[in-house]
Structures are given as C-alpha cells and as structure tokens.
Design a binder for this molecule. Sequence first.
Ligand code: ASP
Length: 351
Amino acid sequence: MTTQRILPIHVGGTIASASSDTGFKPKLSFADLLSRIDKGLAGDRLIVQAQSPFGECGIDSAGMQLSHIQKVAETVCSNYDQHDAFIVTHGTDTLAYTASMLAFMLQGIQKPVIVTGAQKTLEDKSSDVTGNLETALLAASTPNSGVWVAFNGKIIKAVRATKIDIGVDYLDAFASNLRDEITISAFQRNDHAVNRGQVETFNTEVSEALDIFSLTHTTNPAQLRRYLDNSDLKALIVLIYGMSGHREELMTVLSHWAAENQAIVIAKTHSPYGSTDLSKYELGVKALQMGILSALDMTLETIYAKTCCFINKSGGLKEFRRQFYSNICGELDESVSRKFSEKSNYWLSTS
Ligand code: ASP
C-alpha cells in the first residue's frame, strides 16, 4: 500500500496567531502547529512540508483579496499529482469565502481539500487549534473528495458553510445552511465524496467587478445610484431583509442600473438559513419582474464565489443566469431551483 501524502497549505489566521504588543497576529508556522498535535494521528500518512504562500506564519484572513485565494487554488493545482489530499489552515473571518471559491475553482476535484482554522489561539487554555487541526488531518485521510470545512469536530461542505459566530465565547464558528454538518467519525465511516467520477476542470480565473451592499430602511435611492454610477461593477449582491425584495424605489434604481450597464443584481436575505425566493410575496415578484436574481438556498459566501468565477465566462448575462440557477458543486438544491423557475416563469410571463 502506498503512503498517503497530505500537503498542508498554511494561510494564517487565529490558528497561526499569538499575542503581540499590537494585538493578535500570525506568529506560528505550520511546523509549529504540527509539533503540538498527537503524532499517532499521522498513521501511515506523510504530512509533507507545508507550503506557505504568504510568508511562513501567514496573514490575517481579513486582509485577503481574490488574488490570495487564487494563489491557494494554484498551490493545490501545481502540487496536485504528487499529493493525495490537501489541508488549508486559514483565518475564520473569510474562511467560508475561500472554501466556496476553491470549490468552484477546483470543479470535479477527486481528492479531499480540507479547510480549517481556529477561534482561540494556542495561548488560550480553551484553544481549539490542535482539535481542529487533528479533525482536518483525519478528514484529509478519508477518500471523501471535494472541498470541505473542518471545524469543532464537524465537517461541512465548503459551499454550504457560513461563519455564524465570531468566537469570543464559542468554538462553533461554522454551520451548514442546510444544518447537515457531519461529525468527523461519520465522515470517516461513510462515503461523503462530492463530485465522484466528475471530470476535473480547474480554473482559477475570477472577476473582481462585484460587491455586496446591504439595503436598509435608510438607504437613499439617489446615493445608491451615484455609488453604482461611479463603480465599474458587473454584479451587485444586495442584502434584503427577507424574500420581498425591498422598497420599490430602490429596486427600480437597481434594475435600471443593471439594464443600462449589462450588469446583474442578486438579492439575498440577511438570514443565514432558508431560501431567498422572490417569487413568494408581491413585493418580491415585482423585484423579479425587474430582473433581480433570487439567491435561493445558496449562502452569501457561495453567491459571491460563484459570481466571481462565472460572471466573466463566455455567453454573457444569459449564460450567467443559467449557471447561477444551476447546481455546480452542491451549492444549490435542484428541486428548489426547479420549483422557483416554474413560478418565476409564470410571473415573468404576466409582467
Ligand atoms: N482575524 C482572524 C482571521 O480571519 C480571525 C480568525 O482567524 O479567527 O485571520
């Protein structure tokens, strides 16, 4: 039997941090972390020398840009053939964005990529650094291909993971928006592979022409229009309260801007759980008829990642819309999407 080779990619965050005169910052290399875990866990696996694309101790993930995520994906791609699995040690602030984006960049991947981090540094007596690292290594040693988040003893499909707790008191930082987290022991016992047998199509190209904007009671339509006119955005994800779109004057500004600029507006509820279905309420139907897209059961991180990865693909906005409502790697429930499209087609035909 050949030895399994696991490549750690050390990005940084709390898992690598320690206190300093200027606050917590990454101070630990992957080798420092590895020296703290149960050596027996390695078993017949070889945890090869880590790659640290942003310096030995990494960076705070709050400072990451899309180019950093591309670099992580490229590190997987350029080391793919020589390794059986990958773990990514990452800050929790943007972990779910990176994990989602990796899932779209590494479509059909036939090996596990396990992204982990920590809520409390190693200096803290209730630190989760070693526990999470051990969970990630155990998960990486399974045949469960695909991109996953490992945290607090649970494994979550990358495209379903959302940060739900900032971590002062709680270690449970991530949840699946389907509430279908898998315990590490169940993950080890059963077949959970995503993409099994799919063709691997790795592509790290992204568009930066998108942003997220929260619509509130006090959002001013004229200011919103000025913001959009002064931008070079091709897509705007708007956070709305529920599934009713928002005030009609704001929806009108958004839809006119989108039509005049060959751009896309996507509406997503603030709520981390449930499906944003604009076809349910009169106000939402109006937004739909104005051309606003409905996030359905995709997480905010996934919508952002999917849009970054697909908005520039050939085929224009029509093709983007088709891909947006298609399930690519488990981010969208196909039956939810089918039902929505029947209802929305009806509303669109009556407008
Ligand atoms: N600011 C840190 C980071 O995202 C927080 C963490 O890792 O929990 O890098």
